[in-house]
Each structure stands twice: as C-alpha cells, then as structure tokens.
Design a protein around this ligand. Sequence first.
Ligand code: FES
Length: 235
Amino acid sequence: MSDEVTITIDGAEISACKGQTIMQAADAAGVYIPRLCAHKDLCAFGSCRVCTVLVNGRPQAACTQPVTEGMMIENESEDVVDVRKAIVEMLFVEGNHYCMFCEKSGNCELQALAYRFGITAPRYPYMFPERATDFSHDDIFIDRNRCVLCARCVRASRDVDGKNVFQFVGRGTEKRIGVNAEANLEGTDASAVDKAVDVCPVGALMKKRVGFAVPVGQRLYDSEPIGSDIEAKQV
Ligand code: FES
C-alpha cells in the first residue's frame, strides 16, 4: 500500500506522506500555516490554536492533525483567518505586550503574526494582569508579562536539554510558567545555551546582555513577514 496521500489546501492538491501532520505536509509544499506553540524541533503540543484550519468544514489544529487521503483543507479563507486573528488579539490583551519597548521586537513571533494578519488594535479590552518577573539568574531572565503559555520552554527543557527546569503552575487565568527550584531561576541548572531559551517565541525567556545586539530594523521579521521561509519553498 502506498504511503502517499493527496490532500487539498485552499483548492491546490498536495502530496503528503502518511504519518505527517497537516502542518508538516503544508511546510514541505511551501504553504505556510501560522503557528505559535509548534516548533520544528519539538513535539507537537496543540495548545495555542493559531494553526487552526478547517478540515472538511471542521476546525482542527494543523500541528497535531494527521493527514488522510482526500482531506479538503481551508487555510486562508476569511473565517479561518479571522479565528486566528482573534486568538492573537486575545493573547495580546491577556498579557502585557509593550512591543515598542520590548527587546524581542522584530524577533518576536507574536508580534510578527500580528503584522502578518494586519492587526493594528485588538477587538478585546486589555486585562493588564500583574505578572511576576525573575531576574535572579546571572545569564537569563523570565518576564511573565510577555509569556503566551506555549510550553515551548517546557518541552525543550524536558526533551532536548534533559533538565525539566520549566513547567506550568496554577490554573485558568492564574496559570504561569514556574521553575523546578524552591525560590527562583537562580536555583535551577538552566543556562543561556539551553534550547529552552532559544525556542521562546516571545520576550518571556531571554538572555541577558544581548537584547539589543542587533538593532531594531535589522531583525528577523523586520524585512520579511513570518512564514516567508516556508513560502519560499513553493514551486
Ligand atoms: Fe498548532 Fe499551536 S501551533 S496549536
């Protein structure tokens, strides 16, 4: 039996391999599906729902949904794009994202998604939550104001760094990133070279002393929209 299946994304037929997720198949074909919690080096988590697509008319997370023969997928329809915009807008109002002062600006995936979606102001009221920061470590810090609870650091620390430094604590609106030390980050064996630091999509887990090494205006998403690297693969 062939391992190949054919799926259709926004009317275009794409060959995919059994076992791939919709996102993996789309990436390979040069079709960008927006994402936030998904990362190519980490196991899928399926939490942010920014990658929502319609599969045969039903919403699914493209990062976790495996391909099957004949799937009809909507990636760029008005409804799908609006759902993603709403999710990104909710993330903006749920945290404290002061992009103009943030050292991640230009390298931030949340900000880059907002630019790509043309979001100028969220449709929801800002919540201005009080969030703790942790600057106790010599080389890295946590700013929970900017955390989007994507769990990339949790997965990277557990599966790549083998340290289990980060995990979620609390529930609902009190849910936060915690560390595996009694007091703070200083008491952990986290390090600036850890994958966990590298994969944070926003400015929540950052290295100290390098924030402005590359000037604003010359950063990753200052010249190319997020997803351009994937779309460049399109034949
Ligand atoms: Fe798929 Fe987050 S990227 S749920």
